[in-house]
Ligand binder design. Structure first.
Ligand code: HEM
Length: 219
């Protein structure tokens, strides 16, 4: 019965071909450093799942944002666990993505024909840092408020267009409800969409081009 169902679906969707191309491809002899790309993808999925749970109770308004976090931590069943995973997962993701980048750099995996894999990776790293920056403000406590004040001030020191960038980030001259609303929108919509899309392109290229081998001394 299950076999029949599978071959019915396989005929229509080409499941075996997808399995062979994506999972059953040959890879050169590699080491544990090569697992960090998949670890980054796993952490992104973990952040997405825990983040969706958090949005059930989190309210992005200066009046109640802090209380809604307190509520998640103290009243919601396992709220402390979900928030804890999201909090530590964020730091871990930044570290793992960064070390994955160092691995591809030191093994020369960014060279022809993988330049575009590297370039999409650069945008993935910047977007991951952006997730950290926008997420930090959301609890709307003293630390979040002042960290974002300083962070947006730093952006404001860019020559010529700094003032403009600072105003766009803050949604006005100072931090306000508008800042919180736009950081929330960027944190839960814009950046996750960019990251999900780019992970798709990044992994498509990894599958299409194959994993690079560990360079030998005379290469
Ligand atoms: C969310 C972030 C990222 C995810 C989910 C991700 C995912 C992956 C995966 C699954 C692989 C194949 C396995 C491996 O080599 O580890 C890979 C390979 C690669 N990644 Fe990433 N990556 C990310 C960020 C980056 C960054 C920041 C860079 C560099 C700036 C980068 C550059 C590369 C390159 C050049 C390869 C090809 C490696 C090879 O063929 O040996 N990636 N990535």
């Amino acid at each position: 019965m299950a076999e029949n169902l599978f071959s019915w679906l396989d005929e229509r969707l080409g499941l075996t071909a997808i399995y062979d191309t994506v999972l059953d491809r040959s890879v050169p002899k590699v080491n544990w450093w090569f697992t960090l790309g998949s670890a980054s993808a796993f952490l992104f999925a973990l952040q997405a799942v825990t983040g969706i749970f958090l949005t059930v109770y989190y309210v992005p308004s200066p009046d109640v944002a802090y209380q809604s976090i307190e509520y998640i931590m103290n009243e919601v069943q396992f709220g402390w666990l979900i928030r804890g995973i999201h909090h530590w997962g964020a730091s871990l993701m930044v570290i793992i993505v960064f070390v994955h980048m160092l691995r591809t750099f030191f093994y020369g995996a960014y060279k022809f024909p993988r330049e575009l894999t590297w370039l999409t990776g650069v945008v993935l790293l910047i977007s991951t840092l952006g997730m950290g920056f926008t997420g930090y403000l959301l609890p709307w406590n003293q630390r979040a408020y002042w960290a974002t004040t300083v962070g947006t001030e730093i952006a404001g020191t860019v020559p010529f267009i700094g003032d403009f960038i600072e105003r766009v980030l803050r949604g006005g001259p100072d931090l306000s409800a508008v800042t919180l609303a736009r950081f929330f929108a960027v944190h839960i919509w814009v950046l996750p969409l960019v990251i999900a899309l780019l992970i798709g392109v990044h992994i498509y290229m990894v599958v299409k081009l194959g994993i690079s081998h560990i360079p030998s001394e005379d290469e």
